[in-house]
Design a protein around this ligand. Structure first.
Ligand SMILES: Cc1ncc(COP(=O)(O)O)c(C=O)c1O
Length: 379
């Protein structure tokens, strides 16, 4: 079946966070991580059926969704989980914040790498934890962990590592070896690992494979909270349905205790969409990845021939992490906004001089945005 990812879908006036930011201004929004594509037809159909039923009461997770998640993790990663290890969440950012509250005590420290998805930087602070950051390094043409620096950053108060894998915004799919070194450090210093794997089904390179951190060994699994969701892959972030997988009973109890009275139920339509996404939308998913791959080529080719800008190859996600430091902008995100393109400001990710570009949009719009970026650099 063919899907028309080139179809223009007007999102203006639909209360879209992405598009409303620039309401009434001629700025192409390529910032927050949602895509401009309509969902897979099975998701629309399932939602229509649900809406036609007309009742939206409190909803428990459908047994079939649990079965589908268990099977999916086994099929894709040879990761065998028990249904009771899953904790359903209305959002992954909720999971990051709950993890910070569930591990250690006020005043303890949380370690993460920068740049990183901004809630990794705010969640420890919101949770009365000290935030410790260790920069990633660009080596051999890709972003990598600096293991020595990471290890040196750990203090006697550090209890938790927040890991983003695959990495937003660096676009890396970490190898099993890289993750094993990281996990070994965490074991040595007795850190819990919270591994946000929301982008794990957006792998763009055929020779890359996602390895869930927890699947490294049974010992690593005992110290790991894995966060996953269908929302990025199937473009349903507005429907709020995510989950944590926590094999260790005591850790899971701490996590669910930290949720008590604060974290609401997953909404009924979120479960419906998640089930249709995972169970029925494989063909759409494959077509999406093909389309995103071509958009990625377009962005990478553009950056290659544009003096002042550089980036590393995007192995996963629909996000390009662009280094503008040679372009001489004082404030690159504003300069690009003034040229008609809304990008995410690297400052919010812990790295000044960078911008993040979301290429999950129709190709003609991306082309226009890149042309505007080129013009911004000519001034
Ligand atoms: C790494 C990462 N985690 C979490 C989220 C957001 O999750 P949610 O919308 O379910 O809170 C995003 C969204 O871009 C993300 O990139």
């Amino acid at each position: 079946m063919d899907f028309d990812f080139d179809e223009p879908v007007d999102r203006r006036g639909t209360h879209s966070l992405k598009w409303d930011k620039y309401r009434g201004r001629d700025i192409i929004p390529l910032w927050v991580a949602d895509m401009d594509f309509r969902v897979a037809p099975p998701i629309s159909t399932a939602l229509h059926t649900h809406v036609d039923h007309g009742i939206f009461g409190y909803t428990v997770v459908p047994d079939e969704l649990v079965d589908v998640v268990v099977e999916r993790l086994a099929d894709r990663y040879h990761w065998d989980i028990r249904p009771e290890w899953i904790v359903w969440l209305p959002g992954l950012v909720t999971g990051i914040n709950v993890a910070c509250r569930a591990v250690g005590d006020s005043g303890d420290a949380v370690l993460t790498t920068i740049p990183v998805y901004p809630p990794f930087l705010s969640a420890p602070v919101f949770s009365s934890r000290e935030l410790i950051t260790a920069p990633m390094v660009a080596q051999n043409d890709r972003w990598q962990f600096d293991f020595d620096l990471l290890e040196r950053s750990i203090t006697r108060h550090t209890r938790l590592l927040l890991l983003c894998s695959p990495h937003n915004p660096c676009g890396r799919v970490f190898t099993k070896d890289e993750l094993a070194v990281l996990a070994e450090i965490c074991e040595r210093y007795d850190l819990v690992i919270c591994s946000d794997e929301i982008h794990c089904e957006l792998l763009l390179d055929a020779d890359r494979h996602h390895c869930p951190t927890t699947a490294l060994s049974p010992e690593v699994a005992q110290r790991t909270i894995t966060l996953m969701a269908p929302s990025k892959t199937f473009n349903i972030p507005g429907l709020g349905c995510s989950y944590a997988v926590i094999p260790d009973t005591a850790l899971r109890k701490h996590f669910t205790n930290a949720m008590r009275g604060i974290v609401p139920h997953v909404n009924a339509l979120g479960y419906t969409a998640a089930l249709a996404a995972y169970r029925d939308s494989t063909v759409w998913h494959r077509a999406l990845l093909d389309y995103l791959r071509q958009n990625r080529e377009m962005v990478e080719r553009f950056i290659e021939r544009t003096p002042g800008l550089s980036m590393h190859h995007v192995e996963a996600t629909y996000l390009a992490w662009i280094d503008t430091r040679d372009a001489g902008f004082e404030d690159p995100a504003t300069a690009f906004e003034n040229a008609g393109v809304g990008l995410s400001d690297g400052k919010d990710f812990g790295s000044e001089g960078f911008v993040r570009l979301n290429f999950g949009c129709r190709r003609a719009l991306l082309e226009e945005a890149l042309e505007r970026l080129r013009r911004a650099l000519c001034f």
